[in-house]
Design a protein around this ligand. Sequence first.
Ligand code: ADP
Length: 552
Amino acid sequence: MQTTPLLISQMLDFGTTIHADQEVVTCTEDGTRRMSYADVGRRSAQLAHALRGLGIEGDKRVATFMWNNAEHLIAYFAVPSMGAVLHALNIRLFPQQLIYITAHAGNEVVIVDNSLAAPFSQLLPHLKTLRQVIVNGPIDDQTREALAAPEHIEAVHDFYELIDGQPDTFDWPTDLDENSASSMCYTSGTTGNPKGVAYSHRSNYLHAMAVSMTLGVGQGDRLLTVVPLFHANAWGFPYLCFLAGASIIMPDRFLQAAPLTRLITSEKVTSGGGVPTIWNDLLRYLDEHRPDTSSVKRLMVGGSACPPSLMKEFHERHDIEIIHGWGMTETSPVGTLAIPPAEAEVGSDDYWRYRTAQGRLLPGFQARLIGPEGDEMPWDGEAVGELEVRGPWITASYYANGTEPQSELDEMAAKFDDGWLRTGDVGALTRDGFLILTDRSKDVIKSGGEWISSVDLENVIMGHPAVLEASVIGVPDEKWGERPLATVVVADGASVTAEELHEFLDGKVAKWQVPERWSFIDEVPKTSVGKFDKKVLRARYAEGNLDIEQLS
Ligand code: ADP
């Protein structure tokens, strides 16, 4: 067989010719703006020429500091297609982390949205590897001056002024090694420094094919991409849309339920992706306003466990399938998708067992479970172990640039076990390859020598109609070593007591697992990508900053 390399530029060529009329739609303050895939192709060529002019050769790194919009999509294609490496910066990281990862990746050029330019200009003096700044959209003189001020910055450009007039075709290099880096992402760094993952052309290509095939994305679908382009490779959505011929609907900075609903109804969205908190907000909004969402077939949810109650409420009240997926930055990210087998009758217990699991392993994605004693556990849906994975879109190592101390290199190496990635996730696998995660190894609560899944408790508590959000952490306990503490956010206009919730759990989880400690809070703290931030909750607890009700 022939061995033409799998390259991002091929996905670009395919999408811009075969699917020339599909479009990227970007949300604006008062409506939308649109660009056809044919135009994305022309603009990508122009951007690539402009970047060459700014000295981007070989595998140099181009960063973005942007929301989800057409120009970000153009960068997603142009930078890898020319052979350079795209590094989408997570705009919500702490300044120290952004400074660290920019230097570590060696970013030279950055593209910044105008809406983010002012905060970015404060960081820029510390981002010493950057030479050139490209701003997407108009900015005021003061912001421009602030961006141009640091000595290491050679020039500040306007995105369209820079690329207008450049040739609108590019001779994309076809002799690139498909295993060379196309893009990179850093984990959000729950411990220590963020760790870099470099995706290859090949890994992105195969990942996009596997996800679109499994999720069932086809020509003419319209995907609301709420998952940020800077979070875990945007779940492959930009690339799979070009392969499948699906239009991509981008919310830019308008991430609240009201503008998302406007996009869904006006753009006839058929599918999409986002973390549970986004869909949770959307559900409340749809319940209240009852817009016509009949175009929506399924929305993908991932990043953290989705409460079954959320899926069921969408299903029952809005006829929308919320499809669970599991993955990590290290795995491109998608490893599983919870599409129930056709023979599972919709609404049956069997159906919900499949739907609420993390999902079936994607073709090509290998897994094993390693038990507490280091032995491999059976796939019986019961036996629990740490999930280890292997496959063509799973990183084989973390990106190191030679500046890391030995201790950090050792820490990175320890994440791999004989060619398998240790995920840090704990769960079971069914005989037919469905993953049921019970917890992250560091969140699981060790009570009297038994494990309590914090996620299971959260799911049940969030099933109570008065509860908006619940997050459970393990806290020290004299007798049991550790016990669960449930922190709860009550829904607007509702009220509930700790005793009532305690009673509500009766019969739904084992008696010894029911928390005695409850704390009502205004909001569950979230990480930079919208997950429950248990680190912050644990710190608040340790500092004595949580009001706790203790039941006997
Ligand atoms: P971070 O580790 O910084 O949160 P990632 O976004 O890469 O960065 O997170 C990957 C982790 O998110 C997984 O290891 C897992 O613990 C969690 N996760 C992702 N999807 C799910 C899911 N569907 N159910 C439960 N946990 C999930």
